[in-house]
Write a protein that binds this ligand. Structure first.
Ligand SMILES: [Zn+2]
Length: 273
């Protein structure tokens, strides 16, 4: 939830660009992998940046979000290039009265013909989170960080207790940044309704969820960069875990007692350790 004064449209575009650049720096957005969307519930004037307009049907009706604005990456666009030319890579969707359709605003310079094919999953998560929490801002990022994704190919990491007790032991920050731990959804076909439903459910309990054998999805109700930070914290943890596996598991990590002491000192509630 953001308090006024709300960020300007340009500021939101810059933050999406910076998140895309950072995720690219950590190798989580190879080629055109990954996508970003934000939902803004205060009035936004898209035509200052996005001059073209077309009517589109929404993947699902969202009557409670009539009037809300979504800024979404275009299909096939590269997250690392958003920062150079935001309007060429992003579309701006304003939901009509009734919540079944919307006006998609785009730029003369746009480099895509439709929004990301993952928009159905993004929209379902935004809708679920906003109608449950009442937040006026929500960011969702899908990226493909290699260490987290690799660990999701090893069956024992599909147990969420095992996954979190192993990944959250390497740095004191990890439990503070991800006190609910990391969720994991077994493999589902990208863009499928099964993946969409499982993602929505798991993101009610976690700030970041692994899509097994594919990548991750993270959310924030503060900023796009907060969501990308969550991916970076989780990916760093997975990198330590990978390092430990490749060196014969010589490291033991922070002990459960040490992690509980960190949580007590920083007043963080958690149930993983
Ligand atoms: Zn993907």
């Amino acid at each position: 939830m953001l308090e006024p004064p709300y960020p300007e449209l340009d500021d939101l575009l810059v933050l999406m660009g910076e998140a895309g650049k950072r995720l690219s720096e950590i190798d989580a957005t190879e080629g055109a992998a990954g996508n970003i969307s934000v939902c803004i519930c205060w009035p936004v004037e898209p035509r200052t940046r996005f001059q073209l307009v077309e009517q589109i049907n929404l993947p699902q009706p969202i009557p409670e979000l009539a009037g809300a604005t979504f800024i979404v990456t275009g299909s096939g666009r590269r997250l690392r290039e958003i920062i150079e030319q935001p309007v060429a890579n992003l579309g701006c969707l304003v939901v009509d009265e009734g919540g079944s359709n919307g006006k998609l605003y785009t730029s003369h310079n746009k480099l895509f013909s439709r929004l990301t094919s993952e928009f159905n999953s993004h929209l379902a998560v935004h809708y679920d989170q906003i109608t449950r929490s009442g937040t006026n801002f929500h960011a969702v990022i899908h990226a493909q960080p290699p260490y987290l994704t690799y660990l999701s190919h090893i069956p024992r990491y599909h147990d969420e207790s095992y996954l979190n007790q192993h990944l959250l032991r390497w740095q004191p920050e990890t439990i503070l940044q991800l006190p609910e731990g990391i969720g994991l959804i077994p493999f589902q076909v990208p863009g499928s309704s099964e993946l969409m439903e499982a993602t929505t459910r798991s993101l009610r309990e976690h700030r970041i969820v692994i899509w097994a054998k594919h990548g991750v999805i993270a959310r924030s109700d503060i900023s796009t960069k907060r969501a990308s930070d969550r991916i970076e914290y989780a990916e760093t943890a997975a990198r330590y875990e990978y390092l430990n596996l490749t060196t014969g598991e010589q490291g033991i990590g922070l002990s459960p007692d040490e992690i509980r002491a960190i949580c007590t000192a920083f007043n963080v509630q958690q149930t993983i350790f």
